[in-house]
Design a protein around this ligand. Structure first.
Ligand SMILES: Cc1cc2nc3c(=O)[nH]c(=O)nc-3n(C[C@H](O)[C@H](O)[C@H](O)COP(=O)(O)O)c2cc1C
Length: 393
């Protein structure tokens, strides 16, 4: 239906979104995707092209992959970090490019805790061993709330003492400062997927008897202190996101009700958006507890939004324009994040805008493409009209 001025109302997926000092051009976010091709913790030309093409394709916010706060908190030797000035400089080249395409850039800060020192996914995330050491890639020790290995054959992590807790928080603060130097607009704390923050949250991995364990308040303490410290180091006009595993994906673990309590606490500490994911505490085999249906985290995002008042981002098998638009239109989440679909189609937002009739889709593209594609569309229209004319006698 047309509005009073006669123009069709904009599809909700393509309405701008304001958070703190930021206006996103639409509600479409590129979800973090680890690439395992950093060199000495620095992003490379691969990352420039990988992330740059999503900005060229019309996404509003482009997340880089999980980026470590220290060398030893990385999952693999090929994961990136932001613990040196050289790494921040390498990220700056990428954020400058993203900004040049009209998109914004988001950093995801992480610490893998007990899940460090593994091989890449195509090698089954196997713990590094002697064979790797012989190739100059020896394993190193992880740290965790409790000394429980991630899986059989993995190293037993060192139980974090008070100094370790202070140091990990301080590393996040330093990384937040470098994230700013690197030109990112949004910072996300990775509190999901079985990494150190979730290791504290979940009763499966946190068996501590001190103030950082025990009941829900105790298990949340580390994540909340870390969030407060990061918020203090991250400018007040820039949004802070927190990715949570809304459920562990394992029986007897962290629950959705727990996430709602956490979301309320995070909100009072200045977190703007809860990025709703799941799983990771005990490895991929447990993930079937969250069935992989289209939009599988949307019910979590909806309930958390309604019951905690925090804004939410939903992710997980969001692939269709009308599907994504419906979630925003129905107020089930504020932002949608897509990962694998962007690998399949980096111009997904342009195609979604065309399907939803949202403005001129080519306005989302760089001029060097849009000018030609608009001409091509005009030529196609003219030739279609000509072929529809009855043939002259
Ligand atoms: C290649 C790949 C790498 C990923 N790396 C990260 C990561 O670094 N941090 C993170 O929080 N999630 C990561 N994820 C999870 C995605 O952000 C996303 O939540 C998940 O793939 C579901 O969304 P999708 O169905 O649109 O792919 C990764 C997913 C893929 C496919």
């Amino acid at each position: 239906m047309d509005d009073a001025a006669g123009a069709a109302p904009m599809a909700p997926l393509f309405t701008p979104y304001e958070i703190r000092g930021l206006t996103l051009r639409n509600r479409i976010v590129v979800s973090p995707m680890s690439q395992y091709c950093s060199v000495e913790g620095a992003p490379t030309d691969w990352h420039l092209v990988h992330l740059g093409k999503f900005a060229m394709g019309g996404a509003a916010l482009v997340f880089c992959e999980e980026t470590s706060v220290s060398e030893k908190s990385r999952k693999t030797y090929d994961c990136p970090g932001i613990y040196t000035d050289a790494q921040a400089k390498a990220w700056r080249r990428i954020t400058d490019f993203i900004h040049g395409q009209g998109a914004h850039a988001a950093m995801q800060l992480g610490h893998a805790g007990r899940k460090v020192a593994t091989r890449a996914p195509w090698d089954g995330f196997a713990p590094l061993g002697e064979e790797d050491a012989a190739k100059g890639r020896p394993p190193w020790a992880g740290i965790a709330p409790s000394p429980i290995p991630f899986r059989n054959g993995a190293m037993v992590p060192k139980e974090m003492d008070a100094d370790d807790i202070r140091r990990v928080i301080a590393l996040h603060v330093e990384a937040a400062q470098r994230t700013l130097d690197a030109g990112f607009d949004v910072l996300e704390i990775h509190g999901a997927h079985g990494y150190v923050i979730q290791q504290f949250l979940s009763p499966i991995t946190n068996k501590r008897t001190d103030a950082y364990g025990g009941d829900l308040a105790g298990r949340m303490r580390f994540g909340l202190e870390l969030t407060e410290a990061v918020r203090g180091a991250w400018p007040a006009d820039r949004p802070l996101f927190f990715r949570a595993s809304c459920v562990d994906g394992a029986l007897g673990g962290w629950s959705l009700d727990d996430t709602i309590v956490l979301a309320r606490e995070l909100k009072t500490r200045g977190v703007d958006v809860l990025d709703c994911s799941s799983g990771g505490i005990e490895g991929p085999l447990t993930l079937h507890l969250v069935p992989r249906v289209p939009g599988y985290h949307v019910p979590f995002a909806e309930r958390i939004r309604a019951q905690s008042g925090i804004s939410t981002m939903a992710v997980g098998l969001i692939t269709e324009a009308h599907q994504a638009n419906g979630y925003i239109a129905e107020g089930r989440c504020d932002l949608v994040a897509l990962a694998r679909e962007f690998m399949w189609n980096p111009n997904w937002p342009v195609h979604a805008a065309a399907e939803l009739g949202a403005g001129n889709p080519l306005d989302l593209m760089p001029r060097s493409y849009a000018w030609w594609l608009k001409r091509r569309a005009e030529v196609a229209k003219i030739s279609a009209a000509a072929s529809a004319q009855p043939a002259a006698e």
